[in-house]
Ligand binder design. Structure first.
Ligand SMILES: Nc1ncnc2c1ncn2[C@@H]1O[C@H](COP(=O)(O)OP(=O)(O)OP(=O)(O)O)[C@@H](O)[C@H]1O
Ligand SMILES: [Mg+2]
Length: 232
């Protein structure tokens, strides 16, 4: 598999920087589909995962979060890919921020406001990982993280959580316990159907509310993003 250049994510934030670009329409369609999936009570926390690496999770998470923010929704994107944090590729200034691990480290005495970064003059906020933790499991299993997410759910109208691939580590399955819904990102050229099915099954076996899968076509031309029903 060709190695991708993560730095290129910051050039792909169409929904944030060029909301009238036709490509930003893909993300509005995804948002509409999410809304249609739960008409009676709007989803306010969403986990994004994929079967394997490099599927476009971070790129899509940030564009989707920007789409909500552009619609006036106070939106937070949380990087819970504690193994390969990527929000810093989208927003390089986040690399020096204390982030999630800063808040969880009580010796630093940080508040949420110290760790959450507002993105420009928008309704979009970001919580990066901060210093990469030695033991992601102990963070993901901590009561402190659950309490923090509850607090964030009170402060924000939408929280989008970027997570590691579901077939590689169990992080996304753990996180799915405290979010309202999940979406799987499959990369057109190299996510095979078997992996997609296996990932959907793992999420469902963990009682996750899986809304569906997005097939991400890296060429980003015409009908690139498909929103499939979750029985893929
Ligand atoms: N539709 C697309 N068109 C063009 N480039 C894309 C597209 N989707 C993703 N990419 C590029 O592919 C690379 C991988 O995307 P991204 O980092 O979002 O994937 P990921 O699933 O978060 O990866 P990881 O598993 O490492 O966290 C990035 O360089 C990104 O800009
Ligand atoms: Mg990523």
């Amino acid at each position: 598999m060709k190695k991708t250049d993560k730095k290129d994510i910051k050039n792909r934030l169409v929904a944030l920087h060029e909301p009238s670009n036709p490509q930003a329409e893909y993300f509005r369609t995804i948002k509409t589909n999410i809304e249609m999936a739960n008409i009676d009570s709007q989803i306010k926390s969403l986990l994004i995962t994929s079967p394997t690496q490099d599927s476009g999770k971070t790129m899509i998470s940030v564009n989707l979060a920007s789409t909500y923010a552009n619609d006036g929704v106070k939106t937070l994107i949380v990087d819970l890919d504690l193994r390969r944090p990527s929000l810093g590729f989208a927003f390089p200034f986040l690399k020096s921020c204390p982030g999630l691990t800063g808040i969880l480290d009580s010796s630093q005495k940080l508040t949420l406001d110290d760790a959450i970064v507002k993105i420009g003059d928008t309704n979009l906020y970001a919580l990066p990982v901060g210093v990469r933790p030695v033991s992601p499991y102990s963070i993901l299993n901590s009561e402190k993280l659950v309490q923090l997410i509850k607090q964030l759910q009170e402060e924000f109208d939408m929280i989008i959580i970027d997570t590691p691939p579901v077939l590689m580590v169990t992080d996304a399955l753990l996180i799915s316990k405290w979010v309202e819904a999940c979406i799987l990102i499959a990369r057109g050229s190299y996510s095979n159907k078997k992996d997609v099915r296996k990932s959907l099954k793992s999420l469902r076996d963990s009682n996750a509310n899986v809304l569906g899968a997005i097939f991400n076509n890296p060429q980003m031309k015409q009908t690139n993003y498909y929103y499939a029903e979750s029985d893929a």
